[in-house]
Design a protein around this ligand. Structure first.
Ligand code: MN
Length: 494
């Protein structure tokens, strides 16, 4: 921490994102640095001329709720957020590849919008607020770019490797007057988003610590008889009230008992609406979102604060998997190897616990690991909870083997990446029935023992980590061992 007056003063004068005085100040220079980083990266691409080339991005728009005049809560489009940090919908942004300088285009709103929106910001207000080089209206994009002698526009076109959906490529009146290249930008900007800057890491650290504290608060709040949605509600209140997170990064998953084996529980048809019973394990997967940046944390714990021997066996098998990855993940390591390490460690523990029998490597050959953990070890995280860049040209392709094919990335770790480490063990009827009917898998399962665990749900332990020069730094701060969890829950105030 620098302590000289000059730097303090200049930081205070800088435009910032902040919610009240008690939340993190995010300087707009974070986004300027991202733009400059992107421009510098594109300049190393020999196929793109430097002079006269501009990136043009279209921001998110308001989405009406069906045919009504009410909109869904607005969340900025992530590539636009990464580049400009702008909170308003309907904007465009341009970046001069040669210099990294920026133009923000905002909608020209009729005067009477002041009635509903308050005093409209002037172009000068926007310029100050977002620390861009220039601000103009969206109905002038073509004219402004012409006046800058733009010869080539780079637009964003690409397919998200998690959703399969396409980005929304920028379109504006008069774009036909320019040469447009829509294939260069996507992999370049995705790669920039994969490696976080120190400023981005500061925001991620903040939202992950805040979300950790919210989880801890929820753990001390729930007791037998609490409804799952009350845990969800307590989390959302905590991250918003204490930390300024108006949004969660995804819908809260608050499963208890058997529901904790449902990977996307909390969906519309099962909206966290069960009462948590004495003896249930809870699996709460929740993360706040601050200034666009995500947290993604899962805590699994017994609602009554005391693990049974069976619950302990499963929990410790997952914890051993997490610890193994935490100890071995570092730059140069393949994420697929970490996934298999986690699976192998967990199966070994399940074998020691008497649930499985036989050779662990042969279990993996049979695909048994994907029966107990039918999801990947973890994923990139940043603005999007499942962040971009998992599968880019020049990096390993999506594997096809059981378990591995679910991985959202198979990349080699590099410093500056932020990922989740989230091994899990679940008792999912449809997968267990199929395994018991497959002689190649059923021979490893101790059927009598399995009966005891059926219906008990599942365990996931999910941490958010930063890859450093020598290993990984866990940014999550919640009780993790059986002893830590029991101690934390025993310390509750009521
Ligand atoms: Mn996750």
């Amino acid at each position: 921490m620098e302590n000289n007056m000059a730097s303090v003063t200049s930081k205070e004068l800088e435009s910032c994102f902040q919610r009240g005085n008690h939340t993190l100040k995010v300087p707009m220079s974070l986004f300027r640095n991202n733009r400059e980083r992107l421009a510098a990266r594109i300049r190393t691409n020999a196929k793109v001329p430097h002079a006269g080339t501009f990136v043009i991005l279209e921001g998110g728009v308001e989405i009406p709720f069906n045919d009504t005049d009410i909109n869904w809560p607005f969340r900025q489009e992530s590539f636009f957020q990464w580049s400009f940090g702008v909170e308003e919908p309907g904007c465009y942004g341009a970046i001069d590849v040669a210099t990294g300088s920026s133009i923000l285009f905002v909608p020209r709103l009729p005067e009477e919008y002041g009635i509903w929106q308050g005093k409209l910001l002037s172009l000068e207000d926007f310029k100050k607020r977002y620390a861009v080089n220039e601000v103009r209206y969206t109905d002038e994009i073509a004219a402004v770019l012409k006046s800058k002698q733009v010869t080539l526009l780079l637009t964003l076109r690409g397919q998200n490797s998690d959703s399969g959906l396409e980005t929304k490529e920028a379109v504006f009146d008069g774009i036909d007057q320019f040469n447009v290249d829509n294939h260069t930008l996507y992999p370049e900007i995705c790669e920039c988003r994969v490696i976080k800057t120190p400023q981005e890491i500061e925001v991620l650290e903040y939202v992950i610590k805040l979300s950790s504290d919210a989880h801890k608060s929820v753990m001390q709040m729930v007791k037998p008889g609490t409804a799952e949605f009350q845990a969800e509600s307590a989390f959302l209140h905590y991250v918003y009230s204490v930390g300024g997170c108006r949004h969660a990064s995804y819908q809260c998953i608050c499963g208890s008992g058997q529901n904790s084996s449902i990977l996307h529980y909390g969906h519309a048809g099962a909206p966290n609406n069960k009462i948590i019973n004495d003896g249930d394990m809870c699996l709460f997967d929740m993360g706040g979102n601050y200034c666009g940046y995500a947290a993604d944390i899962t805590c699994s714990f017994p609602v009554n604060g005391k693990f049974t021997e069976d619950q302990k066996m499963i929990y410790n098998a997952v914890l051993a998997a997490r610890d193994a990855v935490m100890n071995q993940a570092k730059p140069g390591v393949a994420w697929t190897d970490m996934h298999l390490l986690a699976n192998k460690t967990m199966l070994t523990s399940l074998k020691e616990g008497g649930l499985l029998t036989g050779d662990v490597d042969k279990m993996i050959e049979s695909g048994l690991h994907a029966v107990f953990q039918p999801h990947g070890l973890g994923h990139f995280m940043g603005l999007d909870v499942h962040d971009v860049g998992g599968y880019l040209p020049g990096h390993p392709e999506r594997p096809t083997a059981p378990g591995l094919k679910k991985l959202r990335t198979s990349r080699i770790l590099k410093p500056g990446m932020v990922l989740t480490i989230e091994p899990g063990c679940y008792f999912i009827d449809c997968l267990l029935d199929a395994a018991l009917n497959d002689p190649n898998q059923s021979k490893f399962i101790v059927a009598e023992k399995l009966k005891k665990f059926r219906g008990q749900g599942g365990v996931r332990i999910e941490d958010d980590v930063l890859v450093t020069e020598t290993g990984v730094k866990n940014l999550t701060d919640v009780p993790r061992t059986v002893e830590e969890i029991e101690k934390w829950m025993a310390a509750k105030k009521n």
